[in-house]
Ligand binder design. Structure first.
Ligand SMILES: *Cc1c(COP(=O)(O)O)cnc(C)c1O
Length: 459
């Protein structure tokens, strides 16, 4: 019997107790945290949907793999296992481990960007754009317009690059000023939206015609492959593994945060096909991460990552993961809660402007909503709106993203459908009394990546 929502495709072998603080303690906790959910302590949270980054539950095989860690300073066998696995599943020639995704972003950006260059991307990601700009690049968003509209739910591949925008940038600044296009699969900040294989091919053709490299942000490539399998014609019968391989066959390398689709708690890597770039990257990784055969990771972490990559390609695993997101989304949708649609691969994004239509964007509706959700239910979520978008590096003005969202991110293999029921019920209750939620103002605004440590007070 196949149900609409099949149960978790795993049994629970070890448990971690969780506690719900009382209402007054939660009030106290969020005030102490400056109305920033990043500054709450984990033990103050009940269900923690802050992020799916590094919050994954590893399998019994991954835990067993930790015991096979070869902690040699150089040439650990776990590195060779990881290298072989990444080559097999991603198809890139050279693999350099890094402590996490941003370590790979740092190396790629430093080695390929000259001041005054342009790096196009299908919407930005916080740390990715930070490293591009830190090295003097101008970031240009070339995602399709529909991605910026939370209400367009008729677009199956909202992460697609608008080829005309990419072409216009080439015409405008010249291909020699564009070292690479950063192609995110899926697009986190657009709501976990996928890119179609057709679009990947088109981007690759245009880029390569002009000598521009295609570098993937591969962080959620398995989720992207699932959407291709279920939404793109001709891929119904192709395995997740083969879809991932094909996606990457059109590019020149990738940065990867292992904390997402490698189902581990730490790790990442950089892949390239270009031998010179690889040689330069090995010279740089020793300065910032460690030997090219460990890149800031323990041998055991590399082993867990290699096993996680193989497990992530399993159809039952990935269909359960994406269906959990859909389950939560459909419950909220039935109650009329405004969200980014279609639902993405790792999270539900509440549309905070729709939810709190009585607040201006300068009153930080998404920040206010994520604090209110915590206060109401003990559920921790994250702002992805004007606070995360930061300020323009040149003018100092706030970026004002059209998407002002609160992200409910589902960790991999951690929570069950019953946990999601609690989350949905709490948010629906809050929606019914939404006009009681107040706007916020800065108490302390950090100069970069301000969402991590910024503090607010209630208006
Ligand atoms: C998490 C993430 C990164 C950065 O990876 P870290 O491992 O957190 O450094 C880059 N891109 C996307 C899309 C991400 O979600």
């Amino acid at each position: 019997m196949k149900k609409k929502f099949m149960p978790e495709p795993f049994k629970i072998k070890a448990v971690e107790p969780m506690y719900l603080l009382g209402r007054e303690e939660r009030e106290e906790a969020i005030k102490k945290a400056g109305f920033n959910t990043f500054l709450l302590r984990s033990n103050e949270c009940y269900i923690d949907l802050l992020t799916d980054s590094g919050t994954n539950a590893m399998s019994d095989r991954q835990w067993a793999g930790l015991m096979t860690g070869d902690e040699a300073y150089a040439g650990s066998r776990n590195f060779y296992n990881l290298e072989e696995t990444v080559r097999e599943y991603f198809g890139f020639e050279y693999v350099i481990p890094t402590h996490q995704g941003r370590g790979a972003e740092n190396i790629l950006s430093s080695l390929t960007i000259k001041p005054g260059d342009y790096v196009p991307g299908n919407m930005y990601f916080t740390t990715t754009r930070f490293h591009q700009e830190r090295n003097g690049a101008n970031f240009r968003d070339v995602i399709c317009d529909e991605a910026h509209d939370p209400n367009r739910d008729d677009v199956p591949f909202k992460g697609n690059v608008d080829i005309n925008k990419f072409q216009a940038l080439i015409d405008d600044v010249g291909a020699e000023k564009i070292p690479y296009i950063c192609l995110a699969v899926t697009v986190n900040l657009a709501g976990g939206q996928p890119v179609s294989m057709g679009n990947i091919k088109a981007v690759s053709e245009l880029a390569h015609k002009h000598g521009i490299k295609v570098m993937y942000d591969a962080t959620r490539c398995v989720e992207n492959a699932y959407f291709i399998k279920t939404r793109e014609e001709g891929y119904e019968d192709v395995s997740i593994k083969d879809i991932v391989r094909e996606m990457f066959s059109y590019g020149d390398g990738c940065t990867m945060s292992g904390k997402k689709d490698c189902i581990t708690n730490i790790g990442g890597f950089l892949c390239v096909n270009d031998k010179d770039l690889y040689t330069q990257a090995t010279a740089m990784v020793v300065q910032f991460e460690g030997m090219p055969s460990y890149g800031g990771l323990a041998g055991r972490d590399m082993e867990a990552m290699a096993i996680g990559i193989r497990e992530a390609m399993d159809y039952d695993y990935i269909s359960h993961r994406v269906n959990q997101i859909r389950y939560l989304g459909e419950k909220l949708e039935a109650a009329g809660v405004p969200m980014v649609k279609p639902f993405g691969g790792h999270a539900i994004f509440l549309d905070a402007r729709g939810f709190l239509s009585h607040l201006e964007q300068e009153e930080f509706p998404a920040q206010a909503l994520s604090s209110a959700i915590y206060r109401e239910s003990g559920v921790r979520t994250m702002e992805r709106g004007i606070v995360s978008a930061g300020r323009d590096v040149k003018t100092g003005e706030n970026h004002k993203p059209k998407l002002e969202t609160v992200r409910l991110t589902i960790p991999r293999r951690v929570y069950t459908y019953a946990h999601l029921d609690y989350v949905a019920d709490s948010i629906i209750e809050l929606y019914e009394k939404r006009e009681t939620i107040k706007g916020l103002q800065w108490e302390y605004e950090p100069s970069c990546l301000r969402f991590f440590t910024g503090r607010f007070t209630e208006k």
